[in-house]
Design a protein around this ligand. Structure first.
Ligand code: SAH
Length: 358
């Protein structure tokens, strides 16, 4: 009975690329209230097959890579889930110099990266002027590359300046689209309204925009996830980053259970069917909870990987969650490792910017 309904919903999603909030919730319930392992497997297989078909119609077997440069772990925010939150006194703080950031790009370019993602905590040291200077320098030296910023909430004016300096894309996960749930994950000074306003501003200004959420955060329900999917339908972002929540020992959520790999993979499949052209990364968090998590992410519909390009010396300190992988390897090793993984499942890494198609 629930398998039959599940199939109907999948069919509809594949045809229309959207479900209502109620239907998304029902789809999740069908899958995750099923206790029969054989049926669960069948359900996943059917979803992933459809997701791969959609993915390959748009992208073939191409996997895009983004070089991730974690350039500061100073943060003025105090998100309950995040290891680099303001109140964590145990993390050793660092910020890279412009020179160091630039050198990561030089190294990355030689390896074949054509997108650089500058990610960090919300660090007041990096004023608009400093960010623009860095972006400018990267874009002048590598005009064939895209630069993505992921530095949190700023004013519309700041976003406009970054854009004029040459920034192409902006990643700002909405984290959860439910007001109540948002306030369970963040202190009162942070608001979902503001987060959504930033995403709207970014989209209007003309960025390729990435939103997204964590899977399995404390208090998350299928209703919340259905709201996330509905919000994404409204926003129509170019990129959607999702990964399992992983607890960090020095945060208020230290004792909360991690999100599930299965649920994350399932949602990747649903996202691919909902947003055929979206750039969907198989995230490091997914690779942290399962050795083959990123490969399975690709096989569930993801088409992007973001290997680490940060200097080895600081990688441990960019500790959003516990046991993060890829902290001990040189960028060239990380790149090779990823290439082997991608090729082992019959896909190929390409030397391209990988912009949103069409
Ligand atoms: N300051 C930037 C970058 C945040 S780090 C911003 O606000 O956008 C990038 C993402 O890591 C976050 O958006 C969040 O979804 C994820 N993240 C943070 N802590 C995490 C945890 N404990 N487990 C899994 N993902 C986490």
């Amino acid at each position: 009975m629930s398998l039959q309904r599940y199939r109907e919903l999948l069919e509809e999603l594949e045809q229309k690329h959207r479900l209502t909030k109620q239907e998304y919730e029902e789809l999740l319930m069908c899958r995750f209230s099923t206790v029969e392992p054989g049926t669960q497997q069948k359900m996943d297989q059917e979803l992933f097959e459809k997701a791969r078909r959609t993915q390959q119609q748009v992208f073939g077997k191409k996997i895009y890579i983004r070089g991730l440069i974690e350039f500061t772990n100073y943060c003025r925010n105090n998100c309950y889930y995040c290891g680099i939150r303001r109140d964590n006194q145990k993390v050793e703080r660092y910020r890279l110099t412009e020179e160091q950031i630039f050198n990561c790009c030089v190294e990355g370019y030689a390896l074949g990266y054509r997108t650089f993602v500058l990610q960090g905590g919300e660090d007041a040291y990096f004023t608009d002027q400093r960010i623009c200077a860095i972006v400018n320098r990267i874009k002048s030296k590598f005009p064939d590359c895209a630069v993505t910023l992921s530095i949190g909430e700023r004013s519309r004016e700041s976003y406009e300046l970054f854009l004029r300096a040459g920034t192409d894309r902006y990643l700002l996960r909405h984290e959860t689209a439910d007001e109540m749930h948002y306030s369970q994950l963040h202190p009162a000074e942070l608001s979902l309204k503001r987060r959504k306003q930033c995403l709207k501003d970014l989209k209007e200004l003309g960025y390729q925009v990435g939103a997204g959420f964590m899977v399995g955060t404390p208090g998350q329900t299928f209703k919340h996830l259905a709201e996330d999917l509905e919000f994404l339908q409204e926003l129509q972002p170019h990129m959607i980053g999702i990964g399992p929540f992983i607890s960090h020992k020095d945060t208020p959520f230290a004792r909360e259970p991690n999100g599930s790999v299965e649920e994350t993979l399932f949602l990747l499949g649903v996202l691919r069917l909902s947003f055929p052209k979206a750039m969907l990364p198989a995230t490091t968090a997914l690779g942290t909870l399962a050795g083959d998590g990123r490969e399975r992410g690709i096989l569930a519909g993801a088409n992007v990987i973001m290997p680490n390009l940060s200097p080895i010396a600081v990688r441990e300190q960019y500790s959003l969650y516990d046991n993060k992988i890829c902290t001990g390897e040189e960028s060239a090793q990380c790149f090779q490792c990823i290439r082997n993984r991608v090729e082992s499942i019959g896909y190929e890494i390409v030397v391209e910017r990988g912009d949103y198609p069409g």
